[in-house]
Design a protein around this ligand. Structure first.
Ligand code: NDP
Ligand code: PYC
Length: 340
């Protein structure tokens, strides 16, 4: 028997929704959360696909997340949108504020949305992609739990703190990158642990501060930032602008609030959106067209653009479905069964 199962994207969606219902999420959260898992599987990002059902189920069971939270939207200033997630998952908070953010960006040229009081386990590219689909340039940032040591140190201070950026392009695929400021997302190390696979020794250090290829040892020790002091500074920036600046938790505060429950990170997210027409008016399309020369210069020499692997994976998944680990589905069913 194969150790993977082929599923269409509709089957992935149905499975994710059914599982989230069984673990007790309210229907609006079920729909919003499942969609980001479908996006993860579809775009070949296993660390943020159906694997996250285990993570979400645990956050519900351990009382880290409010499963039926109803997010509350407010407009503190004309160009600022705030959504208080009331302790629920981030996806529904984002959906609650999305239209208001687009409207504020069109009205002011630039706008920001703070998501507060949320629990976050998702990839950020679906959010910036959604804003880029409205013709905006978008950036998103969120801290997580203190798992990552600063460059030159050995003790966790930062979260894996992703940064996502999206830029509209002619044609179906925008320019989007989305990466952790750690060497790799923690979810990738967790997947290596589950599979009993070694990790590259530059991903992290064990509890004694030594580089390690043992995923479990690094999960118990500290992860490293990417790019040495540069990634470390970017991780610090994410802590500041998506933590204290919006009145929310740092990664150290998030893990303290978790109090050993091992749930998903608790805190906030900052999303910035810019309307190219703000600076450029009717000339926006001409200037955006000039940006294409840069993309051509990158691809013209055989280098690839961030997002190109995802878009290629998406085309295959939409046509042929995806392959999901049988062991993962068994574990998810067991966890969801217990929740019932
Ligand atoms: P990767 O290191 O795989 O990097 C992802 C980004 O880099 C993608 O945009 C990817 O494009 C691009 N990229 C990768 N290789 C190349 C290459 N050779 N040339 C050009 N571009 C390249 O991802 P991470 O492990 O850092 O993060 C994975 C996900 O985890 C992210 O989506 C992030 O949002 C999520 N995450 C979420 C957190 C949270 O708190 N909510 C915390 C940490 C991470 P492509 O996709 O096309 O390969
Ligand atoms: O993979 O680092 C990670 C992560 C943290 C929160 C969500 N994903």
């Amino acid at each position: 028997m194969s150790d993977t199962v082929r599923m269409t994207l509709d089957e992935v969606r149905d499975y994710a929704r059914a599982t989230l219902r069984r673990v007790g999420l309210s229907e609006p959260h079920v729909v919003a959360v499942a969609e980001t898992m479908v996006a993860g599987e579809r775009d070949g990002c296993g660390s943020h696909g159906l694997y996250r059902l285990l993570v979400a189920a645990h956050s519900v069971a351990s009382g880290v997340v409010v499963p039926d939270a109803v997010p509350v939207l407010s407009r503190p200033k004309p160009a600022l949108v705030r959504v208080d997630g009331q302790g629920g998952f981030a996806q529904l908070a984002f959906e609650t504020g999305r239209e208001a953010l687009v409207e504020a960006t069109r009205a002011n040229g630039i706008a920001a949305m703070a998501l507060n009081n949320i629990v976050h386990f998702a990839a950020l590219w679906p959010e910036v992609e959604a804003l880029v689909a409205d013709g905006l340039v978008a950036l998103a940032f969120t801290p997580s739990h203190a798992w990552v040591a600063p460059a030159g140190g050995t003790k966790p201070v930062f979260g894996t703190n992703p940064i996502a950026f999206g830029w509209p392009r002619p044609g179906p695929n925008p320019f989007v990158f989305d990466f952790a400021t750690s060497m790799v997302a923690r979810g990738e190390i967790e997947l290596h642990r589950r599979a009993g696979k070694a990790i590259p020794t530059d991903w992290g250090i064990d509890a004694d501060g030594n580089p390690s290829a043992d995923a479990q040892a690094v999960l118990a020790g500290a992860m490293r930032t990417f790019g040495g002091h540069k990634g470390s500074a970017l991780a610090a920036m994410v802590e500041l602008i998506a933590g204290p600046l919006i009145g929310d938790l740092t990664s150290a505060e998030s893990i303290a609030r978790d109090a050993g429950r091992k749930g998903s990170p608790i805190g906030g997210e900052l999303i910035l959106a810019i309307d190219p027409a703000g600076f450029l008016g009717d000339a926006a399309a001409d200037h955006l067209a000039r940006a294409e020369a840069m993309f051509e210069a990158i691809e013209g020499q055989g280098a690839r653009l961030p997002g190109s692997r995802r878009h290629a994976a998406r085309a295959v998944s939409e046509r042929e479905g995806v392959r999901v680990s049988r062991a993962l589905l068994t574990d998810i069913d067991a966890v969801a069964g217990k929740a019932k």
